[in-house]
Design a protein around this ligand. Structure first.
Ligand SMILES: [Zn+2]
Length: 84
C-alpha cells in the first residue's frame, strides 16, 4: 500500500538511532535537534527542510522544494513504514 500522508509521521531510522520524519511522502532526518529536519537526500543537494515543535507538530516548512521525486514507501500490515 502506498503511503500518502499530509500529517507528520515519525518512524525509527534504519540503524535504530534517532528518527525519520515522513511529511507528504518525503523522508527527513534530524541533525542535533529533533525540531529541525532535513531531507534525507540532503547529501544529494536537496535543500528541503522543516521545523517542528519539541512535541512533534509541524511548525514551519522552511524550504518545501525537493530536487527529486519522493521515495517509495510502503506500510506493512502492522503499521510500520518502510523505505524500499
Ligand atoms: Zn528532498
Amino acid at each position: 500500500m502506498y503511503v500518502s500522508v499530509d500529517l507528520l509521521e515519525f518512524i525509527p531510522s534504519n540503524r535504530g538511532k534517532g528518527l525519520t520524519l515522513i511529511y507528504k511522502g518525503y523522508t527527513y532526518g534530524h541533525m542535533h535537534s529533533r525540531t529541525r529536519w532535513y531531507c534525507s537526500k540532503k547529501t544529494k543537494g536537496c535543500q528541503a527542510k522543516l521545523s517542528t515543535t519539541a512535541d512533534g507538530k509541524l511548525l514551519q516548512v522552511i524550504e518545501g522544494h525537493h530536487n527529486h521525486s519522493p521515495p517509495t514507501l510502503y506500510r506493512t500490515t502492522d503499521g510500520k513504514v518502510i523505505r524500499v
